[in-house]
Design a protein around this ligand. Structure first.
Ligand SMILES: [Ca+2]
Length: 199
């Protein structure tokens, strides 16, 4: 009974955390964008499908995994916005803040401006970035289907933030475990049938 309760609680915890993902959760077909081809000070950065706006391409300082050039709103203090020409199912990026007590909120919307998900990252729980004076980390959102049209990143206390190494995925293949399991089951079943036919 205790085990059942524990498993139920564990299941609930997994459901409530399901939307936030790490970089390793993205599939092999995910696209990376590190701003390496963008010139310093450009207001928008684009790979043709993803367009980043709200700030400017920043070449001021490298902060842990965020390596210049990156994207920052240092000059505008506006939210950073990521627009996708083709809808995506998941998006993530490395971020750093210029204020050690600065909660960040990421919100993703569909192409009718409907809010799909919003997450606030408590900056007090984030470790300082190696070689940098302020916190940094990775945030990834997976909505399970290619319906994200744009994402908005906003900071609460001080609006300054840095973004680099954007990763995004257009198909819902960021949770490969069930698919792998069913393939494995199908393989085992096939093997058993094969063995039966042989004997
Ligand atoms: Ca970079």
């Amino acid at each position: 009974m205790r085990t059942l309760l524990f498993c139920t609680l564990l299941g609930l915890a997994q459901i409530s955390n399901a939307a936030l993902i790490n970089r390793v959760d993205f599939g092999g077909g995910a696209i990376d964008y590190d701003f390496s081809g963008d010139s310093s000070g450009a207001a928008t950065a684009t790979d043709g499908n993803l367009t980043v706006s709200g700030g400017a391409v920043f070449t001021g300082v490298t902060a842990g995994p965020l390596v210049i050039p990156m994207y920052a709103n240092v000059s505008t203090s506006a939210p950073i916005r990521l627009d996708f020409l083709s809808l995506v199912s998941a998006v993530g990026f490395d971020y750093a803040t210029l204020d050690s007590n600065n909660d960040l909120t990421i919100s993703v919307f569909d192409n009718t401006n409907t809010l799909l998900e919003t997450h606030t990252i408590d900056s007090t729980g984030i470790p300082l970035c190696p070689g940098f004076v302020n916190p940094c980390g990775f945030v990834g959102v997976d909505v399970g289907a290619p319906s994200i049209s744009y994402a908005i990143l906003q900071a609460a206390a001080s609006p300054l933030m840095l973004v680099d190494n954007v990763i995004y995925e257009s198909s819902a293949s960021t949770v490969p475990v069930p698919a792998t399991l069913s393939l494995l089951t199908a393989g085992l079943l096939g093997f058993r049938i094969f063995r039966k036919k042989q004997s």
